[in-house]
Write a protein that binds this ligand. Structure first.
Ligand SMILES: Nc1nc2c(ncn2[C@@H]2O[C@H](COP(=O)(O)OP(=O)(O)OP(=O)(O)O)[C@@H](O)[C@H]2O)c(=O)[nH]1
Ligand SMILES: [Mg+2]
Length: 374
């Protein structure tokens, strides 16, 4: 064998092991700082790598028990109702929570106060003054997702100004929007129910501006390398669902069909998207009386439940994945305790979503839990 050939083979062997190592690291819930240190330790050679990992063991054990981070991006054209939805979701989830007892709390005190003020204004105000002003800068919010007073997931929520969707592809904010999307765990694509009420027409698609959203999704799918086995979760959040006939919490089949036509690429066989379709409203009276109807949110907890559940499933799959020779963490950390707890939460959240139409590509699925074979 030629010397150059030997070197080439060795390089190839090293690369394939390195790839396996990096892939496994991707599935392990560690902070990016610890991951970076592990990669550096890896680069330093096998023996010192094992020593380094041993040294970092206590630190890693502490970190692995920390809540999962879920990043949610909310997008939709201007005036769709994104900010109003976020306010309603936060207050509802903080005070009422979901059927099986999940709640959220704001991480930042100031932010919680501002949201509460906006909520009070919506509830007590009259006329168009009751509604918050349009968002002209992107705002980030941080929440804890809790069960039985224990935080087990955090989520960061990014409310993009609707106008950013119209920016040119080389505009800086648009570029950062695509980058942020690529690092998100779940996308909330907000669409106002007013465009669904009359069934599918090309005119309705044009007015709803689904073209700009589809273009953005195509761009993100290409960059993110999602696959049908590891899809990118997207919740199509139908805001102002009070405008739909007889909305009682779940989206009717005729509206689902319109959405499937609006966002065709999400629903094709082999699509790299996992799509939930969820109607939300700030109150059923708002359809008739937007400026004075009672604020009484409907189903605002479901999109968050979907986002957190998808993240937990991905996490659980990572934990359950058979480890290869380099499954170093499985040797030094007992992940069983965490696995059981996470599986219990997954079961509860899955039941909460029983009425939500969910699609993996073109396939309608009745339970995310079953789909993920957990
Ligand atoms: N019928 C009805 N109207 C709503 C509801 N939520 C919001 N609206 C109306 O929609 C308007 C726009 O809502 P916003 O939340 O400000 O919209 P946005 O998507 O954040 O818009 P940008 O910040 O410009 O991107 C509000 O001023 C209300 O008039 C709802 O649940 N039902
Ligand atoms: Mg807004």
């Amino acid at each position: 064998m030629l010397r150059s050939e030997i070197i080439q083979r060795l390089v190839q062997a090293w690369r394939s092991v390195k790839q396996e190592f990096l892939e496994e690291l991707e599935n392990i819930p560690l902070s990016s700082e610890i991951k970076e240190r592990l990669i550096q330790a890896w680069k330093s050679g096998k023996q010192s790598f094992i020593e380094d990992v041993e040294r970092m063991k206590t630190e890693i054990e502490e970190i692995i028990r920390m809540p999962l981070d879920t990043k949610i991006m909310m997008l939709g054209t201007s005036g769709t109702g994104k900010t109003c939805y976020m306010i309603g979701m936060q207050v509802y989830m903080q005070t009422v929570g979901t059927d099986s007892g999940f709640t959220i709390t704001s991480v930042k005190h100031n932010q919680a106060r501002t949201i509460e003020e906006q909520w009070m204004k919506m509830c007590e105000g009259e006329g168009s003054e009751r509604w918050p002003a349009g968002t002209d800068v992107t705002v980030g919010y941080s929440f804890n997702f809790n069960y039985a007073n224990k935080t087990f997931a955090k989520f960061n929520w990014v409310d993009y100004r609707g106008g950013a969707l119209d920016d040119d592809e080389d505009n800086e904010e648009r570029k950062s929007l695509v980058e942020e999307l690529c690092t998100s765990d779940c996308l909330f694509l907000c669409l106002s129910a007013e465009y669904l009420a009359k069934g599918f027409t090309p005119g309705a698609a044009l007015k709803a501006r689904v073209g700009v959203m589809n273009a953005l999704m195509t761009e993100v799918a290409a960059k993110k390398n999602s696959t049908p086995e590891n899809p990118f979760p997207v919740a199509i959040v139908v805001t102002k669902a009070d405008l739909l006939d007889n909305f009682n919490g779940s989206i009717k089949e005729n509206a689902v069909e319109v959405i499937k036509k609006f966002f065709k690429t999400l629903f094709v066989p082999g699509s790299p998207w996992l799509t939930g379709i969820i109607g939300v409203s700030l109150g059923k009276e708002l359809a008739e009386k937007p400026d004075s109807g009672e604020i009484d949110p409907i189903e605002v907890h479901l999109p968050v439940t979907f986002g957190v559940l998808c993240k937990l499933i991905k996490h659980a799959n990572g934990l359950a994945k058979p480890k290869g020779n380099w499954g170093f963490l499985s040797k030094i950390i007992d992940t069983n305790v965490e696995e059981t707890e996470i599986k219990n939460r997954i079961q509860q959240l899955d039941l909460e979503l029983a009425s939500v139409p969910i699609y993996a590509g073109n396939q309608r699925i009745t339970s995310l839990l079953k789909w993920a074979k957990l």
